[in-house]
Structure formats: structure tokens, C-alpha cells
Ligand binder design. Structure first.
Ligand code: PRT
Ligand code: ZN
Length: 299
């Protein structure tokens, strides 16, 4: 295998994942200079370069060793893995981190008026999809024989065109399904953007560069979930408020000048805090609740 002293990452050129992927790399402290043709980004402060491509090309680029890593949807990665397994009996692609953006579901949708109860109802029907491998795996797992119609785009209009009866496509808000008089019947894959690489270690400088990138990435991902919770309460209500704190909180208590009966509480919470949790703390006696994002942490 050819040795290299720079790491090359494939990133979507333009689409839903491009901006969040590049933001994540910027948060890892990486900066780039873009080539004139906007296809290549040279790493200015670390030996890490980007290749800007169509998301569908990323699995192949990693597999062929053109790129070492890629940011892509789990849906695209899993479809490519299944394709490789079918063709060669093995796949060298591996998901190494889930990145927390680009969330969606690959789902089978049926006409709104259909009473859907289980997968047996799919038998004998034609399902249009851009994900034939994932769909075939789901169908065979349920022991259902159905027709798989592979389309590269505009899957949601296939039932109206008569090229298929049902569809299997990505859903996020569900608005596209509603607009096409369809409803979600089966979720076959929960997806989000992931970092993928080839399973083998590089055996050259890239191993150290990758280790550095993963340390930073893990730091960024951890902080992204972390929140700082601040509130006030009376000393007598504190035991009840403490019980209502989100699981895993690490509270610090402070006295308040001139208000001996009250305390201020500050807690690091390992994940976002929702309205129901704030409402529960408020019912327990907390006041002046505030949830803040954390920008950087160093233990
Ligand atoms: O040009 P290139 O091939 O790179 O881009 P692309 O058009 O193939 O990809 P893009 O940018 O649309 O999506 C990239 C990745 O984003 C996907 O592979 C998913 O992992 C992720 N993602 C997240 C989505 C969606 N949400 C999504 N809603 N990808 C597509 N959609 C489409 C879906 O296909 C359907 O047409 O949006 C429509 C449904 O959205 P709702 O909100 O109406 O349900
Ligand atoms: Zn694509």
C-alpha cells in the first residue's frame, strides 16, 4: 500500500451535509485553503486535506484508497456496505463515529388511506427506492417477497406515475410524504451523518494524524451535548429540586449574599435539557432556571 503523510477526507461538496461537516472540522481547529476549482481544500494548519465530492461517491473513494475518511449519511454508507458484501463477500468500510447532524429515517411509506398493520401487507407489491440493498435486507428479514424498483431520484412520485405501488425513501419532517398523500409505515434505518473509514490501519504517518483528529472530534462532540444549568431555590426545597435534576448532573451549590434561606445551583448536564425537565424542576421549587451551551471544556 502507498504510504502518505497527509490525511485526506471526502466531504459532500454541496448538499445537506456540506456545511455542518465543514463546521465540525473548523471546530476541531482545522483551517483550509480551497483550490480554484473548489474541489480540493488544502489543510493549512494540520496535514489534513478535503476532497469535495457527491455524497454517493464517498464510499467508493474510501474503498479505493483515494480518501482515508469520509463524512456521509449512514444511509449511503450502509447501502454501499451491503453492495460490497453482495459483490465481494466483504466490505472494508466502517462507521467510526456518529456525528449528531443530518438526522433522518429510511422508511417505507404507503398511501395515506391504507390501513397498515404489518410487513406481511407489503407482499407482492412494487416498492420504489434509491436504497435497493437496504430495502431487500429488510424484506428478507421479515420474510416478505416484494418487488424492488430502483430509482435514482424523485422516488416519492413513483406511485403517482404508476412505476411502483409504494416507496422506501428518506424522511425527516415528513412533509414530502404528506404532500404526496403517503404515510410512514416501517422505519428500516435510523440515519445521521457519520464518519467512515476503511477497516485497515494505515501503517504510516496517517495513524497519528487520525488519532489527533479523533481526540479533537470527541472533545467537540462531547461538548456539543453538554449544558450548563443554573437555578435558584430555597434550602428547604433543594432536596426535591435535586431529585428533579436531569440524570448525571454534577451540581455546585453557592450561598447568596443577604438571602440566607436561598442557594444558587450550577450544574454540568451531559445532554440537552428539555422543557418538561425544566417544568419538573420548577414544580419542585426551582426559580430563575437557565440552560446555557458550553463552548469548550478541558478536564
Ligand atoms: O449532490 P449529492 O449527491 O451530494 O447530494 P444528494 O442530493 O444526494 O444529498 P442531500 O444533500 O439531499 O442529502 C445528503 C444526506 O443528508 C442524505 O444522504 C441523508 O443522510 C441526509 N438527510 C437528512 C436527508 C434528509 N434528511 C432528507 N430529508 N437526505 C434527503 N432528504 C430528502 C428525502 O430524500 C426526501 O426527498 O428530503 C425529502 C424528505 O424530507 P421531509 O423533511 O419532507 O421529510
Ligand atoms: Zn447523493
Amino acid at each position: 500500500m502507498k504510504t502518505r503523510d497527509r490525511l485526506r477526507i471526502a466531504v459532500q461538496k454541496s448538499g445537506r451535509l456540506s456545511e455542518p461537516s465543514q463546521n465540525l472540522l473548523a471546530q476541531c481547529g482545522l483551517s483550509f485553503r480551497q483550490s480554484r476549482d473548489k474541489l480540493f481544500c488544502f489543510g493549512e494548519n494540520q496535514p489534513i486535506d478535503l476532497l469535495l465530492v457527491r455524497d454517493d461517491d464517498i464510499p467508493g473513494l474510501i474503498d479505493e484508497g483515494v480518501c482515508d475518511l469520509g463524512f456521509l449519511g449512514r444511509n449511503v454508507l450502509e447501502e454501499a456496505r451491503l453492495e460490497q458484501l453482495a459483490a465481494k463477500g466483504a466490505s472494508g468500510l466502517e462507521e467510526i463515529r456518529a456525528l449528531g447532524f443530518g438526522g433522518c429515517r429510511l422508511s417505507i411509506a404507503v398511501p395515506q388511506e391504507e390501513d397498515y398493520s404489518d410487513a406481511a401487507q407489503l407482499a407482492g407489491r412494487r416498492i420504489a427506492t434509491s436504497y435497493p440493498q437496504l430495502l431487500a435486507k429488510f424484506l428478507s428479514g421479515r420474510g416478505v417477497a416484494a418487488g424492488v424498483v430502483t430509482l435514482s431520484g424523485s422516488v416519492e412520485i413513483a406511485p403517482r406515475l404508476g412505476t411502483a405501488d409504494l416507496i422506501c425513501d428518506l424522511v425527516s419532517s415528513g412533509a414530502t410524504l404528506v404532500a404526496n398523500q403517503l404515510k410512514e409505515a416501517e422505519v428500516i434505518l435510523r440515519s445521521e451523518a457519520v464518519l467512515a473509514c476503511a477497516t485497515t490501519a494505515f501503517g504510516d504517518e496517517r495513524d497519528d494524524i487520525l488519532a489527533m483528529l479523533m481526540r479533537r472530534l470527541d472533545g467537540v462532540l462531547a461538548v456539543r451535548e453538554t449544558r450548563m444549568l443554573m437555578l435558584r431555590t430555597s434550602r428547604s426545597a433543594w432536596p426535591a429540586v435535586r431529585d428533579a435534576l436531569p440524570l448525571g448532573s454534577l451540581p455546585t451549590l453557592t450561598g447568596i449574599e443577604g438571602e440566607a434561606a436561598d442557594i444558587a445551583v450550577q450544574a454540568i448536564v451531559p445532554r440537552p435539557v428539555g422543557w418538561p425537565e425544566l417544568e419538573a424542576m420548577s414544580r419542585a421549587g426551582a426559580r430563575n432556571l437557565m440552560v446555557l451551551p458550553v463552548e469548550r471544556m478541558l478536564a
